[in-house]
Design a protein around this ligand. Structure first.
Ligand SMILES: N[C@@H](CCC(=O)N[C@@H](CS)C(=O)NCC(=O)O)C(=O)O
Length: 347
């Protein structure tokens, strides 16, 4: 008998326009895990880096997460399909969290609530579970698969520090940095800026379209309404100078905190500690900040500078964050100087 999760996942997969974006990564005809993600998505890059470190095979569904305007109207993003949202709602029930409502510029499920219309999402067919939220997926994968590397250490002191760093990265206002128009120093690639001018309107149009078609599905409608509320609030502040300056300032303060923590040698692969989940998450985040033209924020922070250089050489980060960003996002001159790791190409 086919597992109901398999049927649901197959429906979510069917919304992917190009079937070549559904592949199997690694050596398995029938992998235990299936990932719904996007090459460009920061949160997906975190999960893929963990899967890479663990050498875990998985079915990969690389979704288009930007809606666009085609000749016959709006083409909704692929993760706004009812089948995909219904799959996410299974994970939401397990978490027992409120849906997102407002917008802070952060994407942490802990502080913002559950966003029903985002990637990544993991299905574990062996456990019969659907796991949402990058932070939870990463710790879940580390718990169910302890080899070849263990990313969350057993030693209580080391574990506490790694998880503290994981919490810090999870609260970086990444949404604000990607979508927001900074009044003084907006160094994002021009093509990205122009797609960010329409992104909120397209999201809201796509979600309103879903509500109109599925008006009888109360749970789906509630999920779409929550997402509309969040995105409408995001739209209001994307050109708000005070909001954008505060988000940038907050990210800068977190980098200064990272500099202090690196100097204290409390964690990080720089000092001979084992490569950890904190290194994965900081690595992906620093790559994103570099892509957005924000590396000047750590110009006076020598430990962060060294840390970024070391992380950019890690094959998993090179492939899943650097190369994936370069291939899937608009060209960013800020990435030209980032080391291209040959080991990653082969991995
Ligand atoms: N807390 C969630 C946040 C997920 C999230 O915000 N995903 C973004 C990409 S990194 C997304 O799917 N955005 C598309 C949208 O909002 O429609 C996680 O870490 O998984």
């Amino acid at each position: 008998m086919t597992h109901p999760l398999m049927t649901m996942a197959a429906s979510a997969r069917a919304a992917i326009q190009d079937p070549r974006r559904s592949t199997v990564v690694g050596d398995s005809a029938n992998p235990r895990f299936e990932l719904f993600h996007a090459a460009s998505s920061l949160c997906s890059q975190k999960v893929r880096t963990v899967l890479h470190e663990k050498a875990l095979p998985y079915r990969s569904n690389d979704m288009l997460i930007l809606s666009s305007m085609g000749p016959s109207g709006l083409v909704p993003a692929e993760h706004y399909s009812p089948a995909y949202i219904r799959l996410r709602l299974i994970a939401a029930r397990e978490l027992d969290l409120q849906f997102v409502s407002g917008y802070s510029g952060r994407t942490s499920v802990e502080t913002e609530g559950f966003d029903p219309c985002v990637v990544p999402l993991l299905v574990d067919y062996q456990a019969g579970r659907v796991v949402a939220d990058s932070r939870r997926i990463c710790t879940y994968l580390d718990a169910v698969s302890r080899t070849p590397v263990q990313l969350v250490p057993d030693n209580p002191e080391a574990r506490t520090e790694v998880m503290r760093q994981v919490g810090i990265v999870d609260r970086i206002p990444n949404g604000a940095l990607l979508y927001g128009f900074h009044p003084d120093a907006d160094r994002r690639p021009d093509a990205l800026k122009s797609s960010m001018e329409t992104v909120y309107d397209y999201k809201i149009m796509a979600l309103e379209g879903l509500i109109a078609i599925h008006a009888g599905d109360a749970e789906l409608v509630a999920a779409c309404r929550a997402k509309i509320e969040k995105e409408s609030a995001g739209k209001k502040v994307c050109h708000d100078p005070a909001f954008q300056r505060a988000a940038r300032q907050h990210a800068g303060d977190l980098l200064k905190g990272l500099e202090r923590d690196l100097a204290a040698k409390s964690f990080s692969c720089l000092w001979g500690n084992a490569f950890s989940l904190a290194d994965v998450l900081w690595g992906v985040n620093l790559v994103r900040m570099n892509y957005l033209g924000l590396s000047s924020m750590w110009a006076g922070l020598p430990h962060v500078e060294r840390y970024f250089d070391a992380l950019a050489r890690r094959p998993s980060l090179c492939k899943e964050a650097i190369q994936a960003s370069v291939r899937s996002m608009p060209y960013s001159a800020h990435m030209d100087a980032v080391v291209d790791c040959p080991a990653a190409a082969a991995a």
